[in-house]
Design a protein around this ligand. Structure first.
Ligand SMILES: Cc1ncc(COP(=O)(O)O)c(C=O)c1O
Length: 369
């Protein structure tokens, strides 16, 4: 089976993790690697601060928690995303309001934002889906006009840029994931980046149980979202490889794009002229001109020992969100179509051009002669 994805981990990561364990830097916020990873990752993104956490999900949860929003506040989120984006609102007693996708990049449609804003809207979480950045210049301009906090969901976009500037440094906070299938990984793990000194301080405090003075007196409810020292040690090694990883992600994507260009009914990922796409997962949709449905194509790939995955189920269709008090049934026809027609193809960076050719051959197989 050609897997959808395999992490890119070498002996250097194993040695760095073992060394951190040997030094006893296993938990707490001490030790050399946590602070160093935070500084190095923030520098990579071009933000003043990095606050490491246990996952992308907790990065988003923590970022929203710092805002202390009144219960029932609305937070606009990309409709097509991992559930973690909406959970950040849900677990902070806020209502996630889905913004439908646009056809070309599959990111949230910026033209829809203003029509969804109410007097309860406080923040927006744009997702840089599959590694293509949102046009943050336009989004931030809209957010500023309506006094909305912008939290970028960068779980899939490490290294993606908008007019040369990195995602994660373009909103008030950026939330990254280091899950095994992300651009770089610490196994589980995440990071919040920000330029704002006060937000950074609140993020650090809430991540670590919100200790007060004296130490065990707590004035607010915090969380234990601390990353371990050995995860940070692994993250530092991974970060040194990130340019190579992105270069290879782009090679894989460009090879697929070339080979799929003339297949009727297949939409390949975009890269708009102001954007750098890091192609976290190589994703396509199959339209009416394609001879098979998405599910039939996935079956045909499986028969040829080629793994694939569907796109995300949009947030307007999630049963538990539909039951939340204050749920707003914003129509998301594009995100729904993506959920029905989209799939990711194998895209590990070690994939050879021959293997990519094999996948494309299987996609072409059912096409009429
Ligand atoms: C867009 C998006 N946001 C958030 C997350 C959550 O990250 P994690 O799995 O590290 O909790 C993921 C991925 O898993 C994601 O793809």
């Amino acid at each position: 089976m050609i897997p959808v994805f395999e992490p890119y981990i070498g002996e250097e990561e194993v040695e760095a993790v073992a060394a951190a364990v040997r030094r006893g830097e296993i938990s707490g916020s001490f030790g050399r690697d946590i602070g160093a990873f935070e500084e190095e990752f923030a520098a990579f993104v071009g933000a003043r601060h990095g606050v490491s956490v246990t996952s992308g999900t907790t990065a988003l949860h923590l970022a929203v928690a710092t805002l202390r929003l009144p219960p029932g506040s609305e937070i606009l989120v990309s409709a097509s995303t991992n559930i973690a984006t909406a959970l950040a609102a849900f677990h902070n007693d806020c209502v996630p309001v889905p913004v439908d996708s646009e056809e070309e990049t599959w990111n949230l449609d910026l033209d829809l934002i203003e029509g969804l804003i109410t007097e309860r809207t406080r923040a927006i979480i744009p997702v840089h889906l599959f590694g293509h950045p949102v046009d943050m210049d336009r989004l931030v301009e809209i957010a500023e006009r309506h006094d909305l906090v912008v939290i970028e969901d960068c779980a899939e976009s490490h290294g993606a840029t908008v007019r040369g500037r990195m995602t994660g440094a373009l909103g008030d906070m950026g939330c990254f994931s280091f899950y095994a299938n992300k651009i770089i990984t610490t196994g589980e793990g995440g990071m919040v980046t920000t330029d704002d000194d006060e937000l950074a301080e609140r993020l650090r405090s809430l991540r670590n149980l919100a200790f007060g003075r004296p130490r065990f007196l707590h004035r607010e409810a915090g969380f234990n979202f601390r990353m371990t020292g050995y995860q940070a040690a692994m993250g530092r090694v991974q970060l040194r490889k990130i340019d190579h990883i992105i270069e290879q992600k782009r090679r894989v994507a460009h090879t697929y794009n070339d080979l799929l260009a003339d297949v009727p009914g297949v939409q390949t990922p975009a890269e708009l002229d102001w954007a750098r796409n890091v192609y976290w997962m190589y994703s396509i949709t199959v339209g009416e001109q394609f001879p098979l449905s998405r599910d039939e194509l996935m079956g045909s790939l499986r028969d040829a020992e080629i793994d694939s995955r569907t796109f995300f189920c949009p947030m307007n269709l999630q049963p538990f969100l539909r039951e939340q008090q204050g749920f707003r049934d914003a129509p998301c026809p594009v995100a729904e179509r993506l959920w029905e027609t989209g799939l990711y193809l194998p895209c590990s960076i070690t994939l050879s051009d021959d293997q990519i050719g094999q996948v494309v051959e299987q996609i072409r197989a059912p096409a009429p002669a």
